[in-house]
Design a protein around this ligand. Structure first.
Ligand code: PEP
Ligand code: MG
Length: 567
């Protein structure tokens, strides 16, 4: 049995699917042309059908504009010119199909790469993609594309990129286990929004697991059992069923309020990464969206920052989809571990302490303005709250707000309809901002505490680092005090305070956060009903006392022990 971190709850039993990019060693070989032409033909057919499958799966989560890349790939895979050049080389030189393909591909890639026109130059990348797939298909090597999986599997990988997780087909991908990552790594967050079980940070899994092995993924306890016994399979299949039933029972709370026994009402809302996640929030009883991580829109985009119109459509879809319930949209949070295919960030020794989030936006106001305009244009379709990530100083907040106000003025002058109830707030995820919260609250309409970063910056412990993951201590009194300062700062000026870091969905933290006066809890959609069950069973006045006691403890262990005792 291998241990890891349970990142998205659930249990699954299926076969291992190893996600490892194939290594091709292509050498020139003498070959019989007829046989090679047969291989090539079969490989072309498979390549076209692979791309069609990818497109079909992607069409469920991507917009039409983003799907265009698959059409370009299909056109290439069906291009008679490409095909006839490879066939000619096989016939004329009696060489193996993969070698001929590589030669023709390299030639075409270098022609396109040297073209004047930027659009044509970018096509070189598409030729690379399509011909790599073709070569793999000739050599009988499977390219790990998660969207082409068509039988139940558990994906085992070093890590999953956001686009890997985006192309997971939930019908067949029953869960995943990764070698690296923590509870707040982006693959973990995506797993929770996709509602599939995931165990991350399972060191040794890639070496231990073989393609096709049977595996039990226990993402309640963070365990992976390879090649289980028949008894274990039976036991865990029953556990999985019990977990499913428990989830069903929680559905009864879907349309209820989130309110303590003695009448303290809070909002339980969802974190999302794309408009497609709205349904999950609503079906899990979410009372709004507390964090729309807009960076996924930027990360999905292939060759440039997403246009104002593409963004407008996405924001409008979320606002409309939520039907007037509050939607908090965070402006671009890029940098740190989040990169873009089409933009080269300057090398930095500590990217998490460098040009990230609002810092990047204030340096690239052109990009920031485009996003703000898209948000403002979409604002009349629902109840919009905008927040800036990684605010460290009041000066940054003022500067961001000023850009927002300028774009707002411009749009109004252009005659565009802009809502007049937009709230503009800031994320509190840097200790400096938490300490100065009462000053910030004079100018911000609301706060949302990003504990994933607040904890990493308070503890000076990289959230991606496995060895220092013991310092991820949401219940440490130091972190609780920063949270208290933030909530009190907001309330002093009549503003509301939410939380959208992973801590907001933590069952042990919920009573303490309620007691500290948190107004809004934003979490993975799948955690909402359980959180409602907990909060609706608590007494606010008692939790206030509990929170006060927690603040006075020395260690996280003592806090957790106290919470467990009181509950
Ligand atoms: C956070 O830091 O808590 C947060 C919600 O933002 P992200 O995880 O996207 O950095
Ligand atoms: Mg953050």
């Amino acid at each position: 049995m291998l241990k890891g971190i349970a990142a998205s709850q659930g249990i699954a039993v299926a076969k291992v699917y190893k996600l490892e990019p194939p290594v091709l060693e292509i050498v020139r070989k003498d070959a019989v042309a007829e046989e090679e032409l047969g291989k090539l033909d079969a490989a072309f057919t498979k390549t076209v059908s692979d791309i069609e499958k990818i497109k079909e799966v992607a069409s469920k989560s991507l917009a039409a504009e983003e799907l265009a890349v698959f059409d370009a790939h299909l056109m290439m895979a069906n291009d008679p010119e490409l095909r006839s050049q490879i066939e000619d080389m096989i016939k004329n030189e009696n060489v193996n199909a993969e070698f001929a393909t590589e030669q023709v591909a390299n030639m075409m890639i270098s022609i396109f790469e040297s073209m004047e026109d930027a659009y044509m130059r970018e096509r070189a990348a598409d030729i690379k993609d399509v011909t790599f797939r073709l070569k793999c298909n000739i050599c009988g090597k499977e390219i790990p594309n998660l969207s082409t999986i068509d039988s139940p599997v558990i994906v085992v990988a070093k890590d999953l990129t956001p686009s890997d997780t985006g192309s997971l087909n939930k019908e067949y991908a029953k869960g995943f286990a990764t070698e690296i990552g923590g509870r707040t790594s982006h693959s973990a967050i995506m797993a929770r929004s996709l509602e599939i079980p995931a165990v991350v940070g399972v060191s040794g899994i890639l070496e231990a697991a073989n393609e096709g092995d049977e595996v039990i993924l226990d993402a309640l306890n963070g365990e992976v059992i390879l090649n289980p016994t028949a008894e274990q399979v039976e036991e865990y299949t029953a556990k999985a069923e019990a977990f499913r039933k428990e989830k069903e029972a929680l559905k009864e709370l879907k349309d209820q309020k989130s309110i303590s026994v003695d009448g303290r009402e809070v909002l339980l809302v969802g974190n999302i990464g794309s408009p497609a996640d709205v349904d999950g929030v609503l079906s899990n009883g979410g009372e709004g969206v507390g964090l729309f991580r807009t960076e996924f829109l930027y990360m999905k985009s292939e060759d440039d920052f997403p246009s104002e119109d593409v963004q407008y459509e996405a924001y409008k879809a979320v606002l409309e989809g939520m039907g007037g319930k509050p939607v908090v949209i965070r402006t671009l949070d890029i940098g740190g571990d989040k990169k873009l295919k089409y933009y080269e960030f300057d090398e930095e020794l500590n990217p998490f302490l460098g040009v990230r989030a609002v810092r990047f936006c204030l340096m690239r106001k052109d990009i920031f303005r485009t996003q703000l305009r898209a948000l403002l244009r979409a604002s009349s379709y629902g109840k919009l709250c905008i927040m800036f990530p990684m605010i460290a100083t009041l000066g940054e907040f003022r500067e961001a707000k000023q850009v927002y106000n300028e774009e707002r003025e411009k749009l109004i002058n252009e005659g565009v309809k802009v809502a007049d109830d937009i709230e503009v707030g800031c994320m509190i995820e840097i200790p400096a901002a938490a300490v100065l919260a009462d000053n910030l609250a004079k100018e911000a309409d609301f706060f949302s505490i990003g504990t994933n970063d607040l904890i990493q910056y308070s503890m000076a412990a990289d959230r991606m680092s496995q060895p220092v993951s013991y310092l991820y201590q949401p219940m440490n009194p130091s972190v609780l005090r920063l949270i208290k300062m933030t909530i009190d700062g907001a309330h002093k000026h009549g503003k509301w305070c939410g939380m959208c870091g992973e801590m907001a969905g933590d069952e042990i933290a919920a009573p303490v956060l309620l007691g500290l006066g948190l107004d809004e809890f934003s979490m993975s959609a799948t955690s909402i009903l359980r959180a409602r069950q907990i909060i609706n069973g608590l007494k606010y006045e008692e939790m206030k006392k509990l929170a006060e006691q927690c603040l006075e403890k020395d260690t996280q262990e003592e806090v957790i022990e106290l919470v467990n005792q009181v509950l």
